[in-house]
Design a protein around this ligand. Sequence first.
Ligand code: NDP
Length: 454
Amino acid sequence: MPATNLDLFVIGAGSGGVRAARIAAGHGARVMIAEEYRYGGTCVIRGCVPKKLLVLASRFADEFDLAGSFGWSLDRPRFDWSALIAAKDREISRLEGIYRRNLEGAGVTTVDSRALLEDAHTVRLLGTGETVRAERILIATGGRPFRPQIPGAELAITSNEIFHLTELPESMIIEGGGFIAVEFGCLLARLGVRVTLVYRGEQILRGFDDDLRKHLADAMRADGIEVLTGTVIESIEAVTPGGAHRVRLSGAGVREAGLVMLATGRVPNTAGLGLERAGVQVDTRGAILVDGQSQTSAANIWAVGDVTDRIALTPVAIREGHAFADTVFGNQPWSCDHTNVPMAVFSTPEIGTVGLSEARAREQFSRVKIFRTSFRPMAAVLSDSTEKMLMKLVVDADTDRVLGVHVCGPDAAEMIQMAAIAVKMGATKRQFDDTVALHPSAAEELVTMRTPVA
Ligand code: NDP
């Protein structure tokens, strides 16, 4: 017979699950959380955090290039991948420890085991075979990389494995045109890998503003990355075991590459969880169906984060988890607002964006004004770098409200976090214009664009 009587059992100790567990425990709930891999989830262990560390490492290449134009002379810098990975691993272990300690400090019982649903109130811990009963259950199991069914797909790596490579290959083919493909394409190229990016659509980063997409694709090509659009990988073969790969591309012949990475999206992690036994419904992709309060089709079960396939971003999962815990255990009902969520793509140059793209705005509003500027960032003006920064405002001509802000260039993410406050508050273009510029900065261009270009 199940021994424990819990108020909440959380499956998955990533961003959403951990926040929900801690807040619920703070409201006095008896909470247990189970994690089958490492505490911290995708973001901390093999996503946002380690990725950003690799991005920062890669950007030294640009700094070294620019340093000469500011009077510095450097010996030829050398890069050691294994030293970077070791440093990254130390930091990730430190963060994992913090996640675990914070949970325990909040009074949450942590379990290192895969957990499956036996029914709507019972969870089986595979580690011990024990069953646990809980009044309420939260599913926060995240997502996992999706591999298209092509011959040889198992020879390719995904974003799970890239963080553990012992050495970098000379050349790499990356399939995909989304966040992960673009971010890793840019960072690996700066670390000395010859990168070919293969994308099935017409332009990378579907869904982003078209001007940003083109600007970034042009910049990537200028940086020596081969970007092949309208192309897919048809098959992958190993030329030598553990060595080069022969990759057949649609319409682009056969290439050899040291490594192939599939960055073809992620799917919700629901397989084998026992959802049907608990009455939890999923969609055709396996994502858990939830309402605006993250409640599933089973009245005592909720789900937050990537497993629900809403907006697959850490801060969104955290808010969904927090809202669930406050609402259900704290008697303070609120829900996560999924509009005007700022996003960054940590490519180099970086993208920051909030609100509607021009194309989306034109679908939803009858009269749209576009303000756009492109200029050389100050760090580049003394060098022969042709790098350009792009900024764009999308405005509703009837109300003057700023519907979207889009930036591609250095520090775009930092700017957009701030601009997102204004967009969320419903700021008008006039209010942007009334804000005194901060000079000299790149961000000042956001408040000094006077004449619409469309
Ligand atoms: P994305 O959805 O961003 O990109 C997936 C890419 O793979 C798309 O270009 C898609 O093409 C392509 N694709 C999908 N299926 C196939 C197929 N069968 N054959 C060929 N190409 C295919 O997913 P990612 O894996 O890059 O990232 C997952 C999510 O994680 C992101 O959506 C984002 O929410 C989050 N993330 C956020 C980051 C950040 O905040 N900076 C960084 C990394 C991830 P198409 O466009 O035509 O559908």
